[in-house]
Design a protein. Structure first.
Length: 445
């Protein structure tokens, strides 16, 4: 797989000597009339403080002003629409792939001549249109089922346990058998439920209407040997229902309470040892480690693939990809565009910038400027790297960047909540997904 191949290369590359090219003489002179500034609109609330630290470090070093604004969870597109119309608009923003580019192509500058683009290990992964480059991927991430090894080991030691080690859990049927048995023995394990609460309040449901939904779409694309579809059959909807039902019925709370739950709630439940598993990505390490009263040791935090019951999933790994592409606002002044390009180049080529990228933001990067030793050392990042290096497994591509629209995803999330509340049958959820996919794709043409 191209993605896996290029990332494996990225993680084993030996770093060449890299000069700090991040700042021109005009950028270093804050009193110059030609000095621009940077305004980055971030979409990750969980990394707000880390991005502010990056901005301050760059300002202190260069004198160039860097403003960071973080959109609320699930509100990035809405916030960008508002901010991009202002006189002081973002100079640096995020697109999530080909669909995102179509929405924002009137604002994206051509980045093909930038130093950062030239450092990409695989330039084919950039967002291109004709001869132009309008989005540069800057991080690769992975997600799956995060589990607490200490709680799992406590279960494996019980009489009658349905498995004796995590290695035995390599498909949905075994995961279901173990999870349901753990739920029945939750008092012995000292937990409130096997899985953390499935957050389904609006704006908090992206793990289900985007990340979990990626799996059935991935397998449908794989069957048809395509990278996108104007219409889907939701062929693997039953498999999606399998794992979703397992989550909500073996949880820390009843399904009817999920509309009030947030991602922060579920991560706190995991961090405090109230559950054994939670679906999320490697970015969740900061959410776990920073919870007041956290009881989970770093060495006990591991990833398991999201098993849904697809044939052959014993060879499935975790979901690895990106929806993180830098775009520069072509309507910003030339000075601001240059300052913005200098800033992102500094982040991924200078020693100080790379240290922040690795140790503050925790990024696994796709650039040739990082050596294997410069990969993040947090437990979930190391798990992603482990799966990347496992040649016996295939990892699941991130195909949700082809989902029709944010409206489609929001409506899917709302339908999932109605299903949990007993107000919607699964066949109706499936029909809505199929119908809205087709109508939204048609509307975008």
């Amino acid at each position: 797989m191209k993605l896996k191949k290029y990332l494996t290369i990225a993680l084993s590359a030996v770093m060449a000597t890299v000069a700090l090219t991040g700042c021109s003489s005009s950028s270093n002179d804050s009193s110059s009339d030609d000095t621009g500034s940077v305004y980055y609109l971030s979409f990750k609330p969980e990394q707000e403080e880390q991005w502010k630290k990056v901005a301050k470090t760059y300002e202190d070093e260069t004198g160039v002003k860097v403003k960071v604004v973080t959109a609320a969870s699930g509100k990035y597109e809405e916030t960008l629409k508002s901010e991009i119309a202002k006189d002081d608009a973002p100079t640096l923003f995020q697109i999530n792939g080909p669909v995102g580019y179509q929405n924002w192509k009137e604002y994206t500058a051509d980045l093909k001549d930038t130093d950062l683009y030239k450092h990409l290990l695989n330039e084919d992964l950039a967002i291109k249109d004709g001869d132009g480059v309008y989005g540069i991927p800057y991080v690769e991430e992975g997600y799956g089922i995060i589990y607490n090894q200490a709680i799992m080991d406590k279960y494996f030691a019980l009489d009658g346990a349905k498995a004796k080690s995590i290695d035995e859990i390599n498909n949905y049927n075994k995961l279901k058998e173990v999870a349901e048995d753990m739920q029945a023995k939750k008092d012995k394990l000292g937990i409130d439920g096997v899985f953390a609460s499935t957050s389904l309040s609006p704006g908090e449901d992206w793990r289900w209407q985007t990340h979990l939904a990626n799996l059935p779409v991935y397998y449908e694309y794989k069957d048809k040997d395509v990278k996108d579809l104007d219409k889907i059959d939701f062929k693997y909807s039953d498999q999606y229902k399998n794992i979703f039902d397992l989550y909500i019925n073996n949880s820390t709370c009843k399904p009817t309470l999920l509309g009030s739950k947030t991602v922060s709630d579920s991560m706190a439940e995991f961090a405090l040892g109230k559950c054994a598993m939670v679906q999320n990505g490697n970015w969740a390490w900061s959410q776990i480690s920073e919870v007041d009263g956290n009881t989970v040791k770093a060495e006990d935090i591991k990833f398991m693939p999201i098993y849904t019951g697809v044939k052959g999933e014993e060879k499935q790994g975790i979901c690895i990809g990106t929806e993180n592409y830098f775009s520069v606002n072509k309507n910003a002044s030339e000075a601001d565009q240059k300052a913005t390009k200098d800033f992102i180049n500094w982040m991924f080529t200078s020693d100080k910038g790379k240290d922040l990228v690795t140790n503050e933001l925790g990024f696994i990067t796709p650039f040739d400027t990082f050596s294997e030793e410069e990969a993040p050392q947090d437990p979930l990042a190391k798990e992603v790297i482990k799966y990347l290096g496992n040649k016996d497994l295939y990892n699941v591509d991130w195909n949700f960047t082809t989902f029709p629209s944010q409206t489609f995803k929001d409506d899917f999330g709302a339908a999932l909540l109605e299903y949990c509340n007993g107000n919607m049958k699964w066949d109706d959820v499936k029909k809505q997904v199929v119908d809205e996919w087709a109508s939204e794709k048609e509307a975008s043409k």
